[in-house]
Design a protein around this ligand. Structure first.
Ligand code: MRU
Length: 339
């Protein structure tokens, strides 16, 4: 396989490496990933995360294993094990379906090229989204975003953050409110880090501060990513997205979901069909990262920890995809099925 480089994943001298996002931003540590078990563990621990990135990471590993001479039947079972690593983001399933389609049609020798194609495709999709979405952003806009949707979550410029960065590059004088994103702090740890790297003016807030900023007229629009978009426009994203959408609707703040077409699930008609991952209680009782593990609750406190929630299409102003920006009427016509 050819060498490939992105912010948080790279393929170099026949080895796959992942930037350990669990340790960011304090420690920048690249981990070699040689096996399916290692990739599954990294995905579960969110060392590699973000809907597009886990799909590409799993595909690159399969391409790598095929290049090492691993047999078809082993590659097929590897794909099934990888598919089960996280249940909500459909990019993983969509990318693995592409890999399996090529494996079944052309054999293992064709897998490295397919993995590379998916890698380069994500870059192109992110660029298309950024160009389209930037037109929505008004000069001097205050944009609120949740979780992390940038170059750490994709192999390109990102989705919602790609749009934000394009508007910034165009000199629109934007400012970003970064939701901290409890429980795993992707906003506070990763988006704040990316905003700093990109030189974009930003302010970090706790998730429960968004409503009062909206009440005070300090948010012009909300941009978020997605892990799975159903045919009717309902979508799953990092937990907390739904309450942001409710708040935005109440305060009449435009609310956009930003994603590549690889995030659309054409077999899923409504948000009710999206599986929601539930994660370990320790993530809510405290935090962990390069600073160590902290538990601030009694260590047996009962916990509810859904990693994602579903936002109904009725709360969405627009769906910003690589193929266009769609409003509620277009979504109701079933445009997502035709992409
Ligand atoms: O659990 P994570 O950190 O993988 O969740 C990520 C998100 O929810 C992102 O918003 C989504 O994957 C889109 S990334 C372009």
């Amino acid at each position: 396989m050819h060498d490939l480089h992105a912010t948080s994943i790279k393929y170099q001298n026949n080895k796959l490496y992942v930037l350990d996002q669990h340790q960011l931003p304090l420690v920048e540590n690249w981990l070699a990933c040689e096996s399916v078990d290692a990739m599954v563990a990294m995905i579960r621990k969110l060392q590699i995360r973000g809907a597009p990135l886990i799909g590409i990471g799993a595909s690159l590993l399969l391409g790598h294993l095929a290049a090492q001479g691993v047999a078809t039947v082993t590659l097929q079972s590897a794909a099934e094990i990888l598919r089960a690593a996280r249940p909500t983001a459909v990019n993983l399933m969509n990318n693995l379906d592409s890999m399996l389609g090529v494996l079944n049609a052309s054999g293992p020798a064709a897998l490295p090229a397919e993995a590379e194609r998916l890698f380069h495709e994500d870059v192109v999709l992110c660029n298309a989204i950024a160009t389209l979405g930037a037109d929505l952003i008004k000069p001097n806009a205050n944009i609120l975003t949740h979780c992390n949707t940038g170059s750490l979550a994709t192999v390109g410029v990102g989705t919602a953050i790609g749009v934000i960065n394009a508007a910034h590059q165009q000199g629109k004088g934007i400012h970003v409110y970064v939701d901290e994103t409890r429980p795993l702090l992707q906003g506070g740890r990763l988006t704040a880090w990316e905003m700093k790297q990109l030189g974009i003016p930003h302010t970090l807030i706790c998730d429960n501060m968004a409503a009062l900023l909206m009440r005070d007229g300090k948010v012009d629009c909300v941009l978020v990513g997605a892990d799975r978009i159903a045919v009717n426009g309902d979508f799953a994203n990092k937990v907390g997205t739904y309450s942001l959408a409710v708040n935005a609707h109440y305060h009449k703040v435009p609310f956009y979901v930003v994603a590549p077409n690889t995030t659309v699930d054409i077999d899923c008609m409504t948000g009710a069909g999206i599986p929601i991952e539930e994660r370990a209680a320790a993530e809510v009782r405290g935090v962990s990262g390069s600073f160590g593990d902290v538990c601030w609750s009694p260590n047996d406190t009962p916990v509810f920890n859904p990693a994602f929630d579903v936002t109904p299409a009725a709360l969405v102003t627009g769906w910003v995809l690589d193929k266009g920006i769609f409003n509620q009427a277009k979504i109701a016509e079933g445009v997502l099925k035709t992409l």
